[in-house]
Design a protein around this ligand. Structure first.
Ligand SMILES: Nc1nc2c(ncn2[C@@H]2O[C@H](COP(=O)(O)OP(=O)(O)OP(=O)(O)O)[C@@H](O)[C@H]2O)c(=O)[nH]1
Ligand SMILES: [Mg+2]
Length: 317
């Protein structure tokens, strides 16, 4: 057997000499729009998005390929002060991305003035970034009041002191092209690591689980979105249909009742919305069967977390 994968070899061969590539870690507080921005740049949805903080739970690769560039975006969980093992795991994942990056893209919500939380992020960056340049994207410009604009922009820039700052809206796309051009200019020359068509590294099982979890984040309240984990126990691709069965784990009996809803109304809604998204993604008919189970306090138990795909030991880098 040859050491060189002939397909991989041909991918590298096509790379022109002025080709740039590298890793951009997208970091910031929860809910600032990191996943929305990556979905926007890639032109398709690879990451779960919701109005609730702490939607993203682990690092996730998003691959942007142009004729002369390949950017490996790392979507990260929001940096926050953890209250349980899952939170610690999430922050660890975000922090590890900083160490691997060629460029750090820090997102702030510019519609709010900077506060103590933003300063905490800057302290984390100072501690971990080494010599890596930090670009600041001031996101949610679409909801920034005109009379506050100059003041808030200046205050955020003063807090971070980035190499460069950009006013953008991940939601509308305003300012995103300019930001992308600057990110590209800052990457080193290097090969195309992944085939041009590939936008992420995760498999359909993970995407199915995240799609279901996103609906839980969207439609449930208080602790439930954060206390839910999704496990796909069966994923079968038949000629023109996909049969998926998933288990939603919560931490307590009371949460189970709410997640199921009156007469099953909540779990039915989650299932229906997730099924529609998955049908669009797989371009097949999808049969989705969901059950809800209790795993007492799984967010505080490293072993249970590991079972649910939050593998603390193996993911540490
Ligand atoms: N108005 C406005 N809303 C935005 C913008 N970008 C993101 N949002 C909204 O902000 C919320 C959070 O977006 P996410 O992309 O999930 O944020 P995140 O930073 O990935 O959050 P975590 O994964 O929890 O850390 C969602 O409701 C988005 O629709 C923007 O540019 N303008
Ligand atoms: Mg996110």
């Amino acid at each position: 057997m040859s050491d060189i994968d002939p397909e991989l070899d041909s991918v590298f061969e096509e790379t022109p000499s002025d080709h740039r590539s590298g890793m951009v870690a997208v970091v910031g507080r929860p809910n600032v729009g990191k996943s929305t921005l990556i979905n926007r740049i890639l032109g398709q949805k690879i990451a779960a998005v919701s109005p609730k903080p702490q939607t993203t739970r682990k690092r996730q690769l998003g691959i942007y390929t142009g004729e002369h560039v390949q950017i490996l975006f790392i979507d990260t969980p929001g940096l926050h002060l953890p209250r349980h093992k899952l939170g610690e795991y999430m922050v660890k994942h975000a922090e590890s991305a900083l160490k691997d990056a060629d460029v750090i893209l820090l997102l702030h919500d510019v519609s709010q003035p900077p506060d103590r939380g933003d300063e905490h992020i800057v302290e984390t960056l100072t501690r971990l970034r080494g010599d890596t340049p930090v670009l600041l994207a001031l996101n949610k410009a679409d909801v920034l009041d005109a009379d506050k604009k100059d003041r808030y922009v200046a205050a955020h820039i003063e807090t971070v002191k980035p190499a460069q700052a950009f006013l953008i809206s991940a939601l509308t796309g305003d300012g995103v092209d300019l930001l992308l051009q600057e990110l590209i200019a800052r990457l080193p020359f290097g090969p195309r690591y992944y085939p041009a068509e590939q936008v992420s590294e995760v498999n359909m099982r993970f995407i199915a689980a995240e799609t279901i979890r996103e609906k839980v984040m969207l439609y449930t309240e208080e602790e439930i979105p954060h206390a839910t984990a999704v496990e796909i126990d069966s994923y079968r691709e038949l000629p023109d249909q996909t049969v998926i069965s998933g288990i939603l784990y919560v931490e307590r009996d009371s949460q189970k009742g709410i997640l199921i809803g009156k007469g099953g109304s909540m779990i039915k809604r989650i299932g229906m919305e997730a099924r529609q998204d998955l049908e669009a993604m797989t371009k097949t008919q999808v049969h989705l069967d969901l059950r809800v189970k209790v795993l007492q306090n799984w967010r505080k138990d490293a072993r249970l977390m590991q079972r649910l795909g939050y593998n603390v030991a193996a993911d540490e880098r």
